[in-house]
Design a protein around this ligand. Structure first.
Ligand code: ATP
Ligand code: MG
Length: 562
């Protein structure tokens, strides 16, 4: 991120930080973090958080930490750690040597828990899970104090140590903070802070059989690392008093400020890790990096660039109000970015044979084609032209409708970068379908311009039938049929709303040069869309292109310039 827009733009978070700096808080330092739990792959919502945290650190010449919040051994895995590192790096956020794991602080957290007991601010409780819930009360009724609440400090300490030593079964005891069972904030009603869980952790192995809960762990992780501004999503606003309570109760020397912002929601997709995991596990997609997924790895495989994602995150901005962002805006950002960097090629998605009757049999001419009109440095390439060509079926009409300016009997069009051709007749099969179109070409129009100045209204793309390469094109569409997957009524399965046509695979014919591109190469198929050579399956022998996004530029405008 050389010049991230986030760095330049102010928002309510930068206002808070400016005010802190003005009064000399935190010794003038700004330290932010991105704290993923390694229990899934990152999605575009996480990208938003990464851009925000990293961009904020950059803006203030501060420090950015990547911290794995790996306090729940049963759902976490090193596969996820690795994918997260790859994705954060790819997005352009540089954590330098500041990569941490919450599990590295388990000793420290344990000490803090003992200290809370010693200060009579925590106690070991043996209520069952149901009792625990019943005692908690609800939004209208205060909770009831646990009979264990006044357990002597020494007894709680002893029990807690024995929890750690593995003497008890899962669930036999929990350590709870002693706060206020009547608090209107449910999170303050003596929340659990440590639980017994006999499970191997992906980093600490079997060293621990007790694990800290999120609210207790998170503020300590932030504090230990010297985070100044702990930026999180709005649902944690109600947890903030607890965050502050722990740090105060322990007199932690560093007390970060938690600031909440609205999470990113995107229509026609899901952002829930649980649902994304289900889609993967049930093979409803090909994996976390399926190009239909809203994951960073899926978007990357689809052909989206980090620049486009950062631009999108910047345009939606940082707010305090939950809302739904439009996938059309993301698509716009993708087009804007790829327009500048993608080389153009011709590819025919739905082929119809054209035979140029007056073109010499066996002749091949190489036509000069511009690689990228947006980038003069990109130069030109040579595209082979022969007697038999493929054009799009949709570029021909035997009986043209009004304003149809492409190929039709008796009509002349420009074949892009090649010649003017006029349709003379059609060939049909037994059912009357047009299977080939015969044309004549005007040799004087080579390159696509007539010396006599005559104009044609239509310009169409083509490939040489003899020289073209057949490629698999994967045409992606929205993953879900409904805009707000979260609004699907309870009791109805969100999976019933998956778009059955989110992937269509077709064989297309492309310029031969396309087979040779490296996996991951981003191109534009003229008039069709932006595509990306699949990073896993594309090869010169078996070209595979993923459609990143359809084209919406007006082809008419481009054609008019020629
Ligand atoms: P869960 O906690 O349910 O597993 P999560 O999406 O919150 O899922 P985390 O790994 O905890 O996953 O998220 C890491 C960070 O990314 C958190 O700080 C979280 O606030 C932020 N984040 C997660 N989802 C979004 C989103 N949709 N928009 C913005 N930030 C998000
Ligand atoms: Mg979370």
């Amino acid at each position: 991120m050389e010049t991230p827009e986030e760095v330049k733009k102010s928002n309510f978070i930068t206002e808070i930080i400016d005010a802190d700096l003005a009064v000399g808080k935190n010794g003038g330092k700004v330290v932010t973090r991105f704290p993923p739990e390694p229990n899934g792959y990152l999605h575009i919502g996480h990208a938003k958080s990464i851009c925000l945290n990293y961009g904020t650190a950059l803006r203030y010449n501060g420090t950015f930490h990547l911290r794995f919040d790996d306090t729940n051994p049963t759902k976490e895995d090193t596969e996820y750690v690795e994918s997260i590192m790859e994705d954060v790096k790819w997005l352009g956020a540089d954590w330098k040597d500041k990569m941490f794991f919450a599990s590295d602080y388990f000793d420290k957290m344990y000490e803090c828990a003992e200290e809370l007991i010693r200060r009579d601010k925590a106690y070991v409780c043996n209520l069952t899970e149901e009792e625990f819930k019943a005692y908690k009360g609800n939004l209208t009724e205060p909770g009831k104090e646990s009979p264990n609440r006044n357990r002597p400090v020494e007894e709680s300490l002893d029990l807690f140590r024995r929890m750690k030593a593995g003497e008890f079964e899962d669930g036999a005891y929990v350590l709870r903070a002693k706060i206020d069972m009547a608090s209107p904030n449910m999170h303050m009603r003596d929340p659990a802070i440590y639980r017994i869980r006999h499970a191997s952790h992906h980093r600490t192995g079997d060293k621990w059989c007790i694990y800290p809960l999120y609210d207790f762990a998170h503020c300590l992780e932030d504090s230990v690392e010297g985070i100044t501004h702990s930026i999180c999503t709005l649902e944690f606003e109600i947890h903030r008093p607890l965050y502050d309570w722990f740090l105060d109760a322990l007199d932690m020397p560093c007390h970060p400020q938690q600031i909440e912002f609205a999470r990113l929601n995107l229509n026609y997709t899901v952002m829930s890790k649980r649902k994304l995991l289900e889609l993967v596990k049930e093979n409803r997609v090909s994996g976390w990096d399926d190009p239909r997924m809203p994951t960073v790895s899926g978007l990357r495989r689809r052909g989206v660039t980090p620049e486009a994602i950062r631009d999108f995150c910047d345009r939606i901005g940082v707010t305090k109000f939950d809302g739904m962002s439009d996938i059309a805006l993301l698509e716009y950002c993708i087009r804007e970015d790829l327009n500048k960097r993608a080389a153009r090629f011709m590819a025919v998605m739905d082929p119809l044979k054209v035979i140029i009757d007056n073109y010499p049999e066996g002749q091949v001419e190489y036509m000069d084609a511009i690689n990228n009109p947006e980038d003069p440095e990109a130069g030109t390439r040579q595209v082979p032209f022969t007697k038999e060509l493929w054009i799009e079926k949709s570029d021909f009409m035997e009986v043209p409708v009004n304003k149809f300016h492409r190929l039709a009997p008796g009509k002349e069009v420009r074949l892009r970068y090649a010649y003017f051709v006029t349709c003379t007749s059609v060939e049909k099969d037994a059912e009357g379908n047009v299977i080939a179109v015969h044309c004549t070409y005007d040799p004087a129009t080579k390159g696509g311009n007539a010396p006599d100045g005559r104009k044609v209204k239509g310009t169409i793309h083509w490939v040489s039938a003899e020289k073209a390469v057949a490629a698999e094109a994967r045409l992606y569409d929205r993953l879900f049929l409904v805009e707000d997957v979260g609004a699907i009524p309870e009791g109805e399965d969100y999976r019933n709303y998956l778009n059955p046509e989110s992937l269509k695979t077709v064989t297309c014919y492309t310029e031969p040069a396309l087979a040779a591109v490296e996996p991951g190469t981003k191109v534009q198929f003229e008039r069709t869309g932006y595509f990306c050579a699949d990073s896993k399956e594309h090869s010169a022998g078996k070209p595979v292109f993923n459609r990143t996004v359809q084209l919406k530029d007006s082809w008419q405008k481009i054609a008019a310039k020629n």
